[in-house]
Design a protein around this ligand. Sequence first.
Ligand SMILES: *[C@@H]1O[C@H](CO)[C@@H](O)[C@H](O)[C@H]1NC(C)=O
Ligand SMILES: *[C@@H]1O[C@H](CO)[C@@H](O)[C@H](O)[C@H]1NC(C)=O
Ligand SMILES: *[C@@H]1O[C@H](CO)[C@@H](O)[C@H](O)[C@H]1NC(C)=O
Ligand SMILES: *[C@@H]1O[C@H](CO)[C@@H](O)[C@H](O)[C@H]1NC(C)=O
Length: 341
Amino acid sequence: MSIIFFLVFLLCCTSSVLSKKDDEEVLLKIKKQLGSPDGLRWWVKGFDYCNASANIAPDYSYITCTDTGRVRSILLQNLDVTAPFPDAICELTEVQDLLLNHDLGLYGPIPSCITELPNLWEVIITDTSLSGPVPSFYNNPNLLGINLARNHLSGTIPSSFSTLPKLNSLELSGNYLTGTIPPGLLHTSTPSLVLANNSLTGELPKCYESVDFWLLDVGGNQLSSDASFLFGKQKTAVNIVLANNDFEFDLSNVEFSDHLYGFDLSHNKIYGKVPDSFATAAGLWYPNLSFNKLCGELPRGGNMWRFSAQVFANNTCLCGYPLPSCSNWAPAPAPVFSPSY
Ligand SMILES: *[C@@H]1O[C@H](CO)[C@@H](O)[C@H](O)[C@H]1NC(C)=O
Ligand SMILES: *[C@@H]1O[C@H](CO)[C@@H](O)[C@H](O)[C@H]1NC(C)=O
Ligand SMILES: *[C@@H]1O[C@H](CO)[C@@H](O)[C@H](O)[C@H]1NC(C)=O
Ligand SMILES: *[C@@H]1O[C@H](CO)[C@@H](O)[C@H](O)[C@H]1NC(C)=O
């Protein structure tokens, strides 16, 4: 009886002590791979890495743990380093949240072993000098969010993101990505897809027509052709940014839904007139149509009071409130017969 108890005790407690010690060794290895930066000076043999209150300070790196003392979250930020990605991170097999922010001196590729961490929920690696391809995550059933913004990543967007069943937010803005946008990247309701400020080309895949985006931001690329299918009376997308591309379509018959809160179509080649639904879309507060090829009289009434002249500036020949009245144009537009005159 007591021998069995002792054996059970030995088994359970040595294994949890062991696994805790394992992660301590891994953390010390990560510190060494980073060149022992000052920001990690309290990472020393025997340190209580699970004690959040001892480790958390604003702007510093921190760790949180599972009940068994394994590393659950690791945030490495604002480290003054010059080093490749510390691939010992891939030995933290229980890690759910992996965050590296503002570690400008990190260079070289992101190792593909991070895609094999089985418990990942969230990967945020931003504002570093890491380069090479975007890792192809594909076997991470719990992954909800990936943010690799403002690094030096190049190559194409892996279509394998489309195999992640829970992925709700994908942000790859501010890199050097090329090629086209793969179809079907996100499957959850109200997802967020931010691919802004890369060198993406081609058309926006038509399948995004039926996605209820909380945010779609593909601004600052070289995308072309028609993207009007994103808009429509029945659509539930909330924020759409297509600014600074080569989109070219007729806005005259586009309908804006009441769900739409903001859109930025500035700096494209959009032509035609501003449709009446622009003034009646109930939820619309932050549109931007500037720097396009729109022409004609703006719709009147409705919510037009919400919008400044900047929203419509630098088009081919728009007129009417809040821009100067159309009668200032020479030659004046042909008078329209209407009983209310
Ligand atoms: C955590 O660290 C704080 C500050 O160093 C200390 O006061 C506290 O006793 C530690 N908690 C545990 C559970 O070790
Ligand atoms: C893209 O770049 C523009 C111009 O620098 C900037 O205003 C915008 O915030 C960037 N977008 C994202 C999502 O970072
Ligand atoms: C619309 O976009 C233009 C060009 O990017 C910018 O200068 C302007 O401030 C924006 N206006 C509004 C109201 O957002
Ligand atoms: C935009 O329009 C304003 C007002 O008409 C004008 O002063 C400005 O030069 C235009 N900017 C560009 C870049 O065309």
